[in-house]
Design a protein around this ligand. Structure first.
Ligand code: ARG
Length: 472
């Protein structure tokens, strides 16, 4: 084959030029072209074309010889692109016409028949779905990898006590492993959301042609099967025009990024000198050019920062769609860059987060100290009084007074004497100290979903099984 042919469609060649009397304005040509970014879809464009040609031949619309020439030619175009030898042409507008022109330059007449019973409208909708489906599978694996890193960390730190927070004020002691499993759950739902969207996007647009279907005796079920789609899209107008699958994906991506951003915020706080709960590995931080003492948590900061652009892409796609009458409009060409950027950034964030969490170290003593200083077992004292027969609201008041004394004197509840405690309620006995320890507090929350180490260990086993069952 002559490589030159693949790269040399005449610059003026436009498959649609027949009804035009004037050439395209040079600026308009560049303005309307999408090849600079949609060339990224080439492998899916070729895959879709091979399936389409195969179906056309099975239906007798193309000859076997034509189909064979088309498939061989498309494979050569693919090899040429992959070798970096392909010259993309702006006058040829987009990836679809670039590939088709190269094919025709290579194999001649048969190449011109590939577009029988097809339009770029159903072609592009198919390409984007094929591409996004593959990316979703990679993203699901990347989420699972982060989840696995969290499970390993949780397993190591089941017994590590930290203060749990509400309003960013110390609330009750919790297991650090339990805290990590909370993030596992959120990521589990993120993975499910992607899988759910994948199920809805996995229908075949090809056959819808421009908008109304085609006059050829096509077999859409066959094309769907060849491309791994669950079924052909029911309605041709819908198939070529809606991009709700892209919006749904970007919405799921936004929720995932919102989670990673919240998680980042915790890591940024926890790694500060004031908290000192965790250490991020040096290899995930940077220094300051002026302040020698600094070790900045750039990675979680950047993840938190990138969340904004993903939310932006969701807004862009929603807005792109909202004013469009049926069916295809050129507006839809604008769906690709937000999608590509969303996928690229999501992949980067998930990879760096998993690597970072795999190397995170906990400062167990700092976390313990923070839980002790914050009166984290005050609820346990109230629960103790309730077990002695005091209504919870009254117990709350009693403990509030004991905490006020502790605050005045700089002592934790467990550091008050029995006599001091009894001055607030005579029902308090010497056994109270067993409940005021951090370990006692944790162990008492002993039910499914609770922070008792026994429960956290059981939750870990269930979480590992869920990841395995999902195929990771
Ligand atoms: N580049 C176009 C897109 O991304 C391909 C479809 C063009 N169809 C058309 N009728 N102009 O949407």
């Amino acid at each position: 084959m002559n490589d030159q042919n693949l790269n040399a469609p005449p610059a003026s060649f436009k498959p649609w030029a027949g009804r035009f009397n004037e050439p395209t304005d040079a600026f308009v040509e560049a303005f309307t072209a999408s090849v600079d970014f949609d060339r990224r879809l080439y492998a899916y464009d070729i895959q879709g074309s091979i399936a389409h040609a195969t179906m056309l031949a099975r239906q007798g619309i193309l000859s076997e010889a034509e189909q064979a020439a088309i498939v061989a030619g498309l494979e050569r175009v693919r090899a040429c692109i992959e070798a970096g030898d392909f010259t993309w042409s702006i006058p040829l507008e987009d990836v679809h016409m670039n590939v088709e022109a190269a094919l025709t330059a290579d194999i001649g007449e048969a190449g011109k028949k590939l577009h029988t019973g097809r339009s770029r409208n159903d072609q592009v909708a198919t390409d984007v779905r094929l591409w996004l489906r593959a990316e979703i599978d990679l993203l699901a694996a990347a989420i699972a990898r982060l989840q696995a890193a969290l499970l390993a960390l949780a397993e190591r730190e089941v017994e590590t006590v930290m203060p749990g927070f509400t309003h960013l004020q110390v609330a009750q002691p919790i297991s650090f492993g339990h805290h990590m499993l909370a993030w596992f759950e959120m990521l589990e739902r993120d993975r499910e959301r992607l899988a759910d969207g994948r199920r809805r996007l996995n229908v075949l647009p090809l056959g819808a042609a421009a908008l109304a279907g085609t006059t050829y005796p096509i077999d859409r079920h066959l094309t769907a099967e060849l491309l791994g789609f669950d079924r052909p899209a029911e309605n041709s107008l819908d198939a070529v025009s809606d991009r709700d699958f892209a919006i749904e994906f970007t919405a799921a991506a936004s929720i995932l990024m919102m989670h990673l951003s919240r998680f980042s915020e915790e890591l940024i706080l926890w790694s500060s000198a004031q908290f000192g709960f965790v250490d991020l590995s040096d290899s995930f931080c940077t220094g300051s050019s002026i302040m020698p003492q600094k070790k900045n948590p750039d990675v979680p900061e950047l993840v938190r920062g990138k969340t904004g652009r993903i939310f932006g892409h969701l807004m862009a796609l929603l807005t792109l769609m909202k004013g469009q009458p049926l069916a295809y409009n050129k507006d839809n060409q604008e769906d690709k860059e937000p999608l590509f950027d969303t996928v690229d950034n999501l992949k980067g964030c998930l990879k760096v987060f998993a690597d970072m969490m795999a190397r995170l170290t906990c400062n167990r003593e700092r976390m313990r100290g923070a839980a002790r200083q914050g009166f984290a077992t005050a609820t346990d004292l109230a629960d103790y009084l309730v077990r002695r027969g005091i209504p919870f609201r009254d117990a709350h008041e009693v403990v509030g007074k004991a905490v006020a004394l502790g605050v005045r004197e700089g002592r934790d509840l467990s550091e008050l004497s029995l006599a001091e405690l009894q001055s607030f309620s005579p029902l308090i006995g010497a056994d109270v100290f067993g409940f005021l320890t951090l370990e006692g507090s944790l162990a008492a929350r002993d039910h499914i979903g609770g922070t008792a180490p026994r429960q956290v260990r059981a939750a870990l086993v269930r979480a590992q099984a869920r990841l395995r069952e999902a195929g990771f």
